[in-house]
Design a protein around this ligand. Structure first.
Ligand SMILES: Nc1nc2c(c(=O)[nH]1)N[C@H]1C(S)=C(S)[C@@H](COP(=O)(O)O)O[C@H]1N2
Ligand SMILES: [Mo]
Length: 322
């Protein structure tokens, strides 16, 4: 069984939950050394020492755990990032995203739907009860992580805009704001990526219950480096599909052009399903290392979510459509 109900509490989940609670304790203690309370949870302790607690607390209605694997340290998932608008080094987003303004925020909804318009973040959040979802994620560059995201199914949001039958794909766009995003100011010898960052999903992928809009992680609103105020999370695909800081959602009838495919066709495909049998030209995709636990492990087809998603690709050549 892939998706576990909140009542099916795993032992690994108990561990992560207590780590999480201990972190809260620690935040409350605000700098007071409580080594005894924190014994055995050094990972979390390190994490809080090094990461600012900028987020607002989030209340989640229920919890879905999709992996028994241990949650990655918060320090790693908030300081080892890809967010090229803030620079191309893994450490750049945490360093450079501090001044990025995420309020006010709105999302333009366009294209083949009955309710296009501009929706504020508050509009978007209001009717959606948040869930905590523990997902295994995989970046294209052979590293993975396990993250407790807070969010809601993308399909609940898309359905509100009443997509039309002719809508076959959804295109997402990140904000263009070079004054706050130093990576977007780079022009020599050429821009880091063709901006603004764009991604897309086929309609059935977008409507799949595993696909979520995340607005937080670890029970707090997202840090800027992780894509505040809202980003996509698609756990069976490579990390670059998880577009951050979304400002536009567009329903279209044809497969949209996307940033990485435009920049490096042949290296990155539109589908980007995690697939250990299709390598990136510069590295193997058959093995990976987990942030915070650097042992090599085999990469799983669809990142381990095949039971839930493989049927969407029946009769589809996953080597050609990589
Ligand atoms: N707007 C935007 N979204 C982005 C990226 C980016 O550079 N810009 N990088 C992608 C890549 S390559 C990865 S692996 C994930 C990393 O997400 P994380 O930093 O939260 O782990 O974000 C994706 N979303
Ligand atoms: Mo990535």
């Amino acid at each position: 069984m892939l998706i576990k109900k909140p009542s099916d509490v795993l032992s690994s989940e108990i561990t992560s939950k207590s780590v999480y609670l201990a972190r809260r304790e620690f935040l409350r203690a605000a700098g007071i050394t409580t080594a005894a309370t924190l014994a055995g949870i050094t990972g979390a302790f390190d994490a809080v020492q090094n990461v600012q607690a900028a987020g607002e607390k989030l209340v989640t209605k229920f919890k879905i755990v999709t992996t028994d694997d241990r949650i990655s340290p918060l320090k790693d998932i908030s300081t080892y990032n890809n967010y090229y608008e803030f620079g191309s080094e893994k450490s750049d987003p945490a360093k450079n995203a501090g001044g990025f303004k995420i309020a006010p925020w709105s999302v333009a909804v366009e294209g083949l739907c009955n309710k296009p318009g501009t929706y504020t973040l508050e509009d978007i959040l209001k009717p959606h009860p948040l869930e905590e979802r523990v997902y295994r994620m995989r970046c294209v560059e052979a590293w993975s992580m396990v993250i407790p995201w807070d969010g809601f199914p993308l399909r609940d949001l898309l359905n509100r805009f009443e997509p039309q039958g002719t809508a076959k794909f959804v295109e997402f766009t990140t904000v263009w704001r070079p004054t706050e995003m130093p990576g977007q100011k780079v022009t020599f010898p050429k821009p880091i990526l063709p901006w603004p960052y764009r991604e897309g999903l086929r309609m059935d992928e977008a409507m799949h219950p595993l696909t979520i809009i995340a607005v937080g992680m670890w029970g707090e609103t997202l840090m800027n480096q992780n894509g505040a105020p809202l980003r996509l999370v698609v756990p069976w695909k490579y990390g670059f599909k998880g577009i951050k800081s979304i400002v536009k959602i567009r329903f279209v009838d044809k497969q949209p052009s996307t940033t990485w495919v435009e920049a490096y066709p042949g290296y990155y495909g539109f589908y980007a399903n995690v697939n250990p049998t299709v390598d990136h030209p510069q590295w193997t995709q058959s093995r990976e290392r987990r942030l915070g636990d650097l042992r090599e492990r085999p990469t799983l087809m669809f990142n381990g979510y095949g039971d839930a998603v493989a049927s969407m690709y029946d009769g589809f050549d996953l080597k050609k459509n990589f």
